[in-house]
Design a protein around this ligand. Structure first.
Ligand SMILES: C[S@@+](CC[C@H](N)C(=O)[O-])C[C@H]1O[C@@H](n2cnc3c(N)ncnc32)[C@H](O)[C@@H]1O
Length: 851
């Protein structure tokens, strides 16, 4: 076959798959199988020449159906991969060299069958392609005439073009019986047809003009012409002239055009419109184009005719107005020059006026109606668009639910703006900063501003699904949280803090960086040494030792913080995570103390003190316990720029309260300023004290248990869901599987439909199809046995072992384990997350080595 294979999807029909399955080189093999089934020419043949045989599908069929040790020769422009018992020649069948090559192979033999499935490289244009094809067929016929034995069969492909008939005529001159057929395997849309010519007459002498395309195709062209001539051409029905009317050209005046009852009929009849009224002729609406159009109506197109109709309407309006006395005539003398019109108007002026007025109204009404109809149509199309969009969304949601990417009624993909719970979305940082300073007016303004809450006050808020409240970032956070919970590794949290530190300086709406890194450090140092205890020691003036002390104390503080944190992690890992999330959400940034030396105002002092405490505690590296209690914590800016805050059930319930009542929101904000809000955690206090504080220094949150339960339930649903990427991967896998199944089904159907192969063969093909698609038997379970003899040795089936078993080397397993232990030990200090990775590696090792 030529190199340019059509590999479009459409080509891959059942015969394509069948050929692949049965090992035939081309789908056209089935065409020959079907032709042979009908005409039975292969079974009796002892020698065969297949012209245009590459890649060799027909040759394969020939070897299969012809008696063993038959002579089979295949010829093609391109090389044919070897086929047992087939002689393959690489020649152009239109050349003399090809003829000689075949002669050389056949010697004195004649063949019983000549096949031709030639298809030249096509693509120039249809006519050219058709001719090349016909020419190729003619050349094949020429070879057949030379090499066929008397009574032999010639099977050829022909394209149904204008040369089809001449070819058939030629075939009929050489064969007893010529039959055209289209096997099932030939596509319906293809113009190819197969002609089976049986009973070669083997004439002693053949006129060379038979195979000269000029002669061969010309002859029948003439025939075809005669045939054409035979077909009676339908003459148009003669209508004749109307009685007594011998005119072809009709000229009418413009007034008659204006007065015509049916303007369209008038234009249909008229050939010309002349101007009998100068008033109308020089009317501004009578443009040069209109005048030109009036000259020859018969040649006008749709557009021009419409133009004339509009012009007519304008003139009619103008006349009506004029009659009412509204319009001044351009030329009073020629106002109504037409006798006909004059008479008409003079006779019944009132009637005419009335009529004109009515017509005008009618026109206006019509226009109105038209506009209304247009508007309606627009509305309808808009509605349709909306409906379509809605249906599309629903369909998508359904698909997602089917693929287990969503819960029914809950959509991850929902992109409603519900950033109510995202601090990063809150833009009113100034107001919140004022609020942090204790300015209650700011709180009121904030609460009154609907934008702040993002959610409408109606009950919709309750209906909004939890998942749809989450934007992409939130979802990522949920996934992260799930992964965290799965891993249960404290390492992650530490990493979080690191990341947050790295992201410093990024703008994040509400949560902004208060100062640079160095400034912060400096301030913390100053803050630390501003304590009374240091003034007592009298370190002033000794800068160097002061610095050393600072570092020492800071390190100490940091170590303590870390130690405490590690302990907390050990005690209640999960609990702490939830707390952390809740605390993060509740966090409100406190404005930096402006001037630390200024202590004139008491209120400002208190505020500064709070800020200092929090900052120092944070500087120590651990999360402030006091902050947990009070609901306040200095939120590091960097984290919010990337991570959305996730609320726990209690937080969600609180959020719901805030969203539904402005008063409650205000109360809540007011309530957050209480005596427990001041953290004293920085002082050295015993652990039991802290425990006690944790238990009792909490202001109860005004949410009911039921509300919390409800939100917990929602969280559970979300937690139970596989993370987005996993769900997507699963869905992809499922889709692939379904596709594979589909393909296998198609192939299987094709095999079942085939009649040329035995049941047994069909069965084996079906089996292989299903096996390839992975739909066969389940993977058999193998039991691995550790034997002292070593792997690969023959061992008798031990008692209790059923099914397949494999003997593996015990030492190998031990070695592996030893190596893994060593590896783990070396990684020991690096945290649990890594240890887990090591475990994964172990598993991998096991799988690869098979124990
Ligand atoms: C449809 S394929 C034949 C398929 C073949 N019957 C089979 O079953 O595998 C048509 C072939 O005609 C060959 N062909 C076209 N023009 C030719 C020529 N002038 N001489 C020899 N072969 C030609 C092409 O190379 C191409 O391989």
């Amino acid at each position: 076959m030529g190199k340019k294979l059509k590999v479009g999807k459409a080509r891959k029909d059942k015969f394509y798959h069948l050929a692949k399955e049965t090992g035939y080189r081309s789908r056209s093999s089935f065409k020959l199988i079907q032709l042979n089934r009908k005409f039975q020419f292969l079974q009796k043949a002892r020698a065969l020449v297949d012209l245009c045989a590459a890649p060799g599908g027909w040759l394969q069929v020939a070897t299969k159906f012809m008696p063993v040790s038959s002579l089979i020769i295949g010829v093609d422009l391109v090389p044919i991969r070897p086929i047992p018992n087939v002689v393959a020649l690489q020649e152009d069948i239109t050349s003399d060299k090809c003829r000689q090559a075949i002669r050389k192979e056949l010697q004195t033999w004649k063949v019983d069958v000549v096949l031709n499935d030639g298809a030249p490289n096509v693509g120039a244009n249809w006519q050219h392609d058709a001719f090349t094809q016909a020419h190729l067929t003619l050349m094949a016929m020429k070879l057949a005439a030379e090499f066929l034995t008397k009574g032999g069969t010639f099977v050829t492909k022909v394209f149904r073009s204008k040369d089809y008939q001449p070819l058939l005529w030629i075939f009929q001159q050489f064969f007893k019986k010529v039959q055209a057929t289209k096997p099932q395997a030939s596509r319906n849309e293809s113009a190819e047809i197969f002609v089976v010519c049986q009973g070669f007459l083997a004439p002693d002498k053949i006129d060379s003009r038979f195979f000269d395309p000029k002669h061969a195709f010309k002859e029948v062209e003439v025939q075809a012409k005669t045939v054409k001539e035979l077909i009676p051409v339908k003459k148009p029905k003669a209508e004749g002239y109307k009685d007594g009317d011998l005119t072809l050209h009709y000229s009418f005046t413009v007034t008659s055009f204006l007065k015509a009852e049916n303007a369209v009929d008038f234009l249909d009849k008229a050939s010309e419109i002349t101007f009998d009224n100068t008033d109308l002729e020089f009317h501004p609406a009578t443009s040069i184009e209109i005048r030109e159009c009036c000259r020859d109506i018969k040649v006008l197109g749709r557009k021009e005719l419409r133009l004339l109709l509009t012009w007519r309407a304008t003139l009619r309006r103008f006349l009506a107005k004029k009659l009412k006395g509204e319009a001044k005539p351009l030329d009073p003398e020629i106002n109504l020059s037409s006798d006909e019109e004059k008479g008409g108007f003079e006779d019944e002026p009132d009637k005419k006026k009335k009529k004109e007025g009515e017509e005008e109204e009618e026109d206006e009404e019509k226009e109105m109606e038209k506009k209304l109809a247009e508007l309606k149509a627009e509305e309808v199309s808009e509605l349709k668009r909306k409906k379509k969009k809605l249906l599309k969304e629903r369909r998508k949601q359904r698909e997602r639910v089917e693929l287990k990417m969503d819960l029914p009624g809950v959509s991850i993909a929902d992109s409603h703006d519900s950033s109510m719970f995202s601090l990063s979305a809150i833009k009113k940082k100034q107001a919140l900063a004022d609020l942090a300073k204790g300015d209650m007016r700011a709180a009121e303004n904030l609460a009154e501003d609907d934008d702040y809450f993002h959610l409408s006050e109606d009950d919709e808020a309750d209906k909004i699904s939890l998942a749809s409240d989450l934007d992409d970032d939130d979802l990522e956070e949920v996934e992260l949280r799930q992964q965290e919970l799965e891993m249960k590794a404290p390492k992650k949290k530490v990493k979080f803090a690191e990341e947050e530190e790295e992201d410093e300086g990024q703008d994040s709406g509400l949560l902004v960086e208060l100062e640079g890194k160095d400034e912060k450090k400096q301030r913390e140092t100053n803050l630390w040494f501003s304590k009374g205890i240091f003034s007592e020691i009298g370190l002033e003036g000794d800068a160097e030792s002061e610095l050393q002390q600072t570092e020492l104390l800071q390190n100490k503080q940091a170590i303590k913080g870390k130690k405490r944190k590690a302990e907390a992690v050990e005690e209640e890992k999960e609990e702490e995570k939830k707390d952390a999330l809740r605390e993060e959400e509740k966090a409100v940034p406190l404005k930096e103390a402006k001037d630390e030396t200024d202590d004139s105002d008491d209120d400002t002092d208190d505020e500064k003190e709070i800020t200092k405490m929090k900052q120092v505690t944070e500087g120590a590296g651990g999360m402030s316990e006091g902050a947990k209690e009070t609901g306040f914590q200095v939120v590091p800016v960097e984290s919010t720029s990337k991570k959305a805050r996730i609320l726990d059930a209690e937080g969600m319930a609180l959020g719901c309260l805030i969203a539904t009542s402005k008063k409650r929101a205000r109360d809540l904000l007011d309530g957050s300023f209480h005596r427990f809000a001041i953290s004293e955690q920085q002082w050295e206090v015993p652990e039991w004290f802290l425990d006690d504080e944790r238990k009792h220094r909490k202001k109860p949150v005004p949410v009911t248990k039921e509300m919390v339960e409800e939100y917990k339930q929602k969280w559970k649903e979300i937690d139970a869901r596989p993370i987005k990427r996993v769900a997507e991967a699963k869905a992809r896998k499922k889709r692939r599987m379904l596709k594979k199944m589909d393909q296998a089904k198609k192939k299987a159907e094709a095999v079942v439909d085939t009649v040329d192969i035995s049941e047994r063969e069909k069965m084996s093909q079906l089996k292989s199809i299903y096996k390839k698609a992975g739909l066969g038997k389940e993977k058999r379970e193998v039991t691995y046995l550790v034997s002292k003899k070593g792997a690969g040795k023959k061992v008798r089936r031990p008692a209790g072992v059923k099914g397949a078993f494999k003997v593996v080397d015990g030492r190998m397993k031990k070695d592996m384990r030893g190596m893994q232990r060593k590896e783990q030990k070396s990684k020991g200090g690096k945290g649990r997350g890594q240890a887990k990775g090591g475990k994964g590696g172990m598993k991998g090792g096991k799988g690869r080595k098979g124990r």
